[in-house]
Design a protein around this ligand. Sequence first.
Ligand SMILES: Cc1cc2nc3c(=O)[nH]c(=O)nc-3n(C[C@H](O)[C@H](O)[C@H](O)COP(=O)(O)OP(=O)(O)OC[C@H]3O[C@@H](n4cnc5c(N)ncnc54)[C@H](O)[C@@H]3O)c2cc1C
Length: 392
Amino acid sequence: MTHPYDLIIIGAGNLGLWTAYHLAKNNFGRIAVLERNWAGSGTTTRSAGIVRQQGGSTTAIKLGQWSRESYVRIGDELGLDSGFNETGYFVLAETPDEEIAFKELVRLRRACGLENEWLDAKEGAHRFPALNWEMFRGATYTATDGFVNPAIIARNITYAVTRSPHVSLVEQCAVTHIVPTANGFRVHTTRGVYESERVVNAGGARGSNAIGAMLGMDVPVSAARHTIVTFPTTGHSVTGKFPMCFMLARGMYWRPEEQGILLGFSNPNEAIDTSERYQLDFDRAYLDEMRPIFEKVFPTLRGQHISRGWSASIDFTPDHLPIIDEPQRGVYVLAAGGHGMMWGPALGMKMAELVQHGEVSDLPQDEIVLSRFSNAPRVHDAIALPFPTTSA
Ligand SMILES: Cc1cc2nc3c(=O)[nH]c(=O)nc-3n(C[C@H](O)[C@H](O)[C@H](O)COP(=O)(O)OP(=O)(O)OC[C@H]3O[C@@H](n4cnc5c(N)ncnc54)[C@H](O)[C@@H]3O)c2cc1C
């Protein structure tokens, strides 16, 4: 027996679920979201949840702004906490070159309608004295940046989707192969066969590539190790408002976490991880290497023991920008380029637009189409973690 749908979305992570949500709201038709584990179990709930509107390209900035709005709105819509915490965010410049580049980005962000300012180190020290500003030239700052609690986000968007009579979320349903038919696609899964004219590949770090291969196309989404640790307290030096901070060149950031602090980092010497696992070996060696640096920058962390820590697969594309495209008739590709928490709701909104109206408005096409990877990249997201330089 086959199950007929108007659209099949493969992957119930932040991206697939927000796509289903927007389409259901627009009364698109019958949608199946097929998930091999359970909603949110991939990269989504392993993330730090940073929502940064201070992007490094037009696409990054707009997606950040739209997503922040969506997170807040859906909380109101459901009558539940949105999971969004507005803290403000310092993106710290260590070198004169970074200072020049960051000031340029302030202009771009303002042109996109985002409140963003350059602060010199003196002003930074005035606003957040707990940080060792002697190490920095200054920072860009947006007061409305913040972070989401990934578990709350997964709950909210899953709940919103399952409330819709138009969406079937099918968990423990792994897509194994896809066969083109005269009218669309027959999607074979561990829970039967699903049919539809259209299929969205929202498989994330561990699925996009393999699902692309099932459809005979190359989807350059790779996975690398990314590590998070939390510390139980904020120490004595943090009083009052605790903003998030990002040391771009070092690939390290921190934010408040319950009563303490969450620190995330990418090891720039990391290679692409082909293990297919989400849970990866904890990067203890790099944590130890970074400890003298983060203790110097943020002295409140000095000597603090870790309360939790994990290393997991983060997705990335060669230019760290997303893919929102229909490269073949009826085949849609949606990928976050490693920013699926700060961009997820907006990526879902834009994918819904593409499915319903055949085009994506208000974003530069050459920053989102799959075919851009066949040419020399025109642009990349300048504010991204250091990743392996090659891709799948
Ligand atoms: C440690 C860490 C910290 C991060 N911090 C941040 C952050 O602060 N801010 C930010 O913006 N981003 C962050 N990210 C990245 C962010 O989490 C991802 O970009 C985002 O979760 C991607 O969402 P997704 O829906 O594309 O992928 P996923 O959440 O991985 O969802 C894809 C789903 O597809 C399913 N799937 C795959 N293949 C199949 C198949 N064949 N059949 C059925 N189902 C399938 C998977 O099981 C999975 O549930 C972080 C990532 C990590 C690892």
